[in-house]
Ligand binder design. Structure first.
Ligand code: ADP
Ligand code: MG
Length: 343
C-alpha cells in the first residue's frame, strides 16, 4: 500500500485505543474529570457492563455554555497551559484527550450547568461528529452519557470479555477511587440496581467498610505518618494495612495512591509485602490502602495515556518510606487500642 494520510475519523479511532480500552477506562476518565471539577457526589449508572450505557452525574463546577464545544475537542484542557505545568501537576487529567477519544468510539451526550450560571447546555457527539450546543435544563454540575461503546469498532468489541467481567472491572476501579476520595459520596448502579456506595463522610475507615465489609475493616491498622523532622520533603505515607491474620490469595487488594492518583506499581507492592516478611506465609497477601503524598516535581505521571503508571525520581526513597510505614504499623499494633471503624 502507498503511504497515505489517514482520514481524521480513522486516525481519531486509532488514537482513542490508547485511552479507551474497555468500559472501565471510560468510567475512569469520567470519574477523574468529576473529581477534578471538585464534585462531592458522583453517581455512576451502567447498562450491560457499560457497553450499552455509562452515565456519570456529578455536582462539580460544571462547564459554561461557551466552553461546551471545547470539552469534546482533542487537546483542549482547562488544567494545564504550559509544558512546565506538568512539573507541578495536581489534577488527575491534563492531556485534554479523554472526552475526544471517547467521542470517537461511542455516542456521547454532555449536559452541564456551570456553578452559579442561569442556564445549562447540552452537546453531543455521534461517530466523532460534534453536534451544536443547545440550551438544556440541568442541575449544577455535569452529566455525561456514553452509549454503544465500540459499536463502530468491531475489532475492539471482539476483545472484550463477558458483561460480568466488564462490570467487575468497573466495580474494582470505582472502589479504588472511593478509597482515594473518602470525602466524595459515590453511588454506583448496574442495570438499575445499586452495587456500591460510600457515605462521603471523609473517613477512609468508612470506605474500607464499604469496599471490604466490616469484618475485614476491623482487621486493618492505620499507618502513622512517621517522624519527618529529619527529612521534611520525604514522602508522607498514610492509610491502612491488614493485620497478618487477615489476608487474601492475590495482590489485587493492595492499593496505592500517589498524590491521590491511583497507580499500579510492582515496586510499591514489593515494599508492602516486604514489610510482612516472616509474618505471612507464601501465597498469602495483605490488604492495604497506601496514600503517598509527595512533591509532584519528583514524579513523572505522563508515562502512559492511562496514567496508572508513574515514575519516581527517587524510587528507593519512596520504597523505603512505604516499607517503614507498613512495618511500623504492624510492630506497633499489639499496643494499639481496639480499633472500631466509624459506622
Ligand atoms: P482533561 O481532563 O485532560 O483536561 P478531558 O478530555 O477529560 O481532558 O476533558 C476536557 C475538559 O472538559 C476538562 O479540562 C474540563 O475543563 C472539562 N470537563 C470534562 N468533564 C468535566 C466535568 N465532569 N465537570 C467539569 N468540567 C469537565
Ligand atoms: Mg480528563
Amino acid at each position: 500500500m502507498p503511504i497515505r494520510q489517514l482520514a481524521p475519523d480513522v486516525a481519531a479511532k486509532i488514537a482513542a485505543g490508547e485511552v479507551v480500552e474497555r468500559p472501565a477506562s471510560v468510567v475512569k476518565e469520567l470519574i477523574e474529570n468529576s473529581i477534578d471539577a471538585g464534585a462531592t457526589q458522583i453517581r455512576v449508572d451502567l447498562l450491560h457492563g457499560g457497553l450499552q450505557l455509562i452515565r456519570i452525574t456529578d455536582n462539580g463546577s460544571g462547564i459554561s455554555l461557551e466552553e461546551l464545544p471545547l470539552a469534546l475537542a482533542r487537546h483542549a484542557t482547562s488544567k494545564v497551559a504550559q509544558i512546565d505545568d506538568l512539573e507541578q501537576i495536581r489534577s488527575l487529567g491534563f492531556r485534554g484527550e479523554a472526552l475526544a477519544s471517547i467521542a470517537a468510539v461511542a455516542e456521547v451526550t454532555l449536559v452541564s450547568r456551570q456553578r452559579g450560571a442561569e442556564q445549562g447546555g447540552q452537546i453531543g457527539a455521534l461517530s466523532g461528529q460534534v453536534t451544536e450546543v443547545t440550551r438544556a435544563a440541568s442541575p449544577e454540575g455535569t452529566t455525561i452519557t456514553v452509549r454503544n461503546l465500540f459499536s463502530a469498532v468491531p475489532a475492539r468489541l471482539k476483545f472484550l470479555k463477558s458483561r460480568t467481567t466488564e462490570i467487575s472491572h468497573c466495580h474494582h476501579l470505582l472502589e479504588q477511587y472511593a478509597l482515594a476520595y473518602p470525602e466524595i459520596r459515590f453511588n454506583v448502579f448496574s442495570e438499575g440496581k445499586q452495587i456500591f456506595s460510600t457515605p462521603g463522610d471523609g473517613q477512609l475507615s468508612s470506605v474500607l467498610v464499604a469496599v471490604y465489609g466490616l469484618q475485614i475493616a476491623e482487621q486493618m491498622v492505620p499507618l502513622s505518618p512517621g517522624d519527618r523532622t529529619e527529612d521534611s520533603d520525604a514522602p508522607i505515607v498514610t492509610g491502612y494495612t491488614s493485620r497478618p491474620t487477615c489476608y487474601k490469595s492475590t495482590r489485587q487488594h493492595i492499593s496505592f495512591f500517589v498524590n491521590r492518583r491511583w497507580v499500579l506499581s510492582r515496586m510499591l507492592t514489593t515494599a508492602v509485602e516486604g514489610a510482612y516478611h516472616s509474618l505471612l506465609l507464601t501465597g498469602r497477601h495483605p490488604i492495604a490502602v497506601i496514600n503517598i503524598d509527595m512533591d509532584p516535581s519528583l514524579l513523572d505521571v505522563n508515562v502512559h495515556p492511562a496514567k496508572t503508571e508513574i515514575r519516581f525520581l527517587k524510587e528507593r526513597r519512596v520504597f523505603a518510606a512505604v516499607l517503614r510505614a507498613v512495618r511500623a504499623a504492624l510492630l506497633e499494633e499489639p499496643e494499639m487500642p481496639e480499633w472500631k471503624p466509624k459506622q
